[in-house]
Design a protein around this ligand. Sequence first.
Ligand SMILES: C[S@@+](CC[C@H](N)C(=O)[O-])C[C@H]1O[C@@H](n2cnc3c(N)ncnc32)[C@H](O)[C@@H]1O
Length: 264
Amino acid sequence: MSGFDKTWLALREPADIAARHGALVQDLAGHLASLENARILDIGCGTGSTWRSLSDRLPGDVNWHLLDYDPTLLQEAARQIGLNSKVGFLQHDLNDIAALPLDGVDVVTASALFDLCSEQLCTDLADRLASARIGLYAALNYNGLMHWSLPHPLDGEIVDLFNRHQRTDKGLGTALGPDATDCLTRVLTARGFRVKIEDSPWRLDANSRALQIELLNGLRQPLLEMKDLPEAKIDEWLGYRRDMVGEAGSLCLVGHADLLALPL
Ligand SMILES: C[S@@+](CC[C@H](N)C(=O)[O-])C[C@H]1O[C@@H](n2cnc3c(N)ncnc32)[C@H](O)[C@@H]1O
């Protein structure tokens, strides 16, 4: 939406924490508790949001490696997490799934990542996970639903346009966008994983004013790039949406799904 700067990631983190589906985290915790010296690799870690959300809810002896290709985000993750003997950091480009360091890893985690990824990347990752019997917890995959309780006539057209933009290349091949969870389900089920999916929507009210404004600001460029709606119409819609943030009864829902796939 606004790129992956640390300010945007910090703004969305409380909404992500509230949205994550608790039952899948419990199932993940149960799986890790059955292993000795369990190890997690969090891919596309950003500033470490997945670790902050999960580490207190998983067995305390789990070792983590946090992986991203962006050195600035990795540095920020290390700064925020501080000295912790159970957390390491790795720089790696996910375009190279063949070299993803999976030795000794029990579960790969990711949050708000797979909607950026291609079908090929998911297939290649599923092959590697299946051959080493590694689980996957993939949270907060955008599912194409955006809904506002106070409607505007352009809402449907705008969401369709944004979803088409979500399916363009974000640096990891032609992005799956809203199809990410379906794709992961298909490729992992075909390789013998037991897959569970739960909804994890953002429900944004007046308490998430800054996040909603930044979400709207981040929609402008993708909508313009699609060239289907005149700039003036996009700005009229954005103006209305900004005015409605914080109005009585105003709620914005952004759909996501969480997925847990464990080897049988
Ligand atoms: C939407 S952010 C999510 C960050 C974090 N998981 C969170 O929930 O806050 C997507 C993350 O994927 C990372 N990413 C994007 N392309 C990547 C690539 N080619 N290789 C590794 N990481 C990548 C970005 O740097 C960013 O940290």
